[in-house]
Write a protein that binds this ligand. Sequence first.
Ligand SMILES: Cc1cc2nc3c(=O)[nH]c(=O)nc-3n(C[C@H](O)[C@H](O)[C@H](O)COP(=O)(O)OP(=O)(O)OC[C@H]3O[C@@H](n4cnc5c(N)ncnc54)[C@H](O)[C@@H]3O)c2cc1C
Length: 207
Amino acid sequence: PAEHYLNGGIRTGYNGRTNIEGLYSCGETAATGAHGANRLASNSLMEGLVYGWKIYQDIEKRLKSKTVKEERQVLSTVDSTVMGSAGTLDDKKAPGGTKLDILTLISSLRNMMSREVGILRDSSGLEEARDFVQFHIGNENLYNRTDKDILEFANMLTVANLIIKSASIREESRGTHMRFDFPGKDDKNWKKHIILKKDKVDFKKVD
Ligand SMILES: Cc1cc2nc3c(=O)[nH]c(=O)nc-3n(C[C@H](O)[C@H](O)[C@H](O)COP(=O)(O)OP(=O)(O)OC[C@H]3O[C@@H](n4cnc5c(N)ncnc54)[C@H](O)[C@@H]3O)c2cc1C
């Protein structure tokens, strides 16, 4: 089995904008509001196409409304930020010691997510997955690195953490989210989206 589609992602408006200035999201990474707890077959490829086009239009509009001078200032700020952070990267310390360790950790995370946070979930499996992720996410040697596998592992932990948190909070079954311990749909309490921002949990009602 493999993951088919991620119902959730970075929250965007209908123009693909996120809450970070200049950062857009579309396709599998985005939660545009186009789908509900499930998605209709073939809508995800269409969504990528439509929102990709909307993002292009939005960027074009924004570029036209700015002067060339302002644009140059933005670009030089981005340049100096990237150059500044490059000097602080430190690849001497591997999180578990060797390169092999990080690949083993990635594989363990994948297995854990497939087994406990996949098609069928319950609170004990979600807790097991949460403990695994929490244990590794706090490892400071995972951050400020240039090694691709380490960076990917850190990103995978971040996404896994958000998925586990949302799945644990939602004590019902709906769409592709199926819990053994809460098999029924609960419209009274759960007809709403879960929005996570750092440690904050918000909800948005679905009409
Ligand atoms: C088995 C399966 C069947 C599906 N069937 C359908 C269907 O019938 N109809 C439908 O509409 N949808 C279907 N989907 C869903 C659909 O394929 C995806 O939602 C869609 O392809 C997402 O497009 P995307 O461009 O957002 O992401 P992706 O197609 O995942 O593209 C992301 C790209 O980024 C690259 N990448 C990753 N990390 C990095 C990095 N660090 N640097 C540079 N590049 C990177 C990847 O290699 C990849 O090429 C299916 C999905 C699966 C898994």
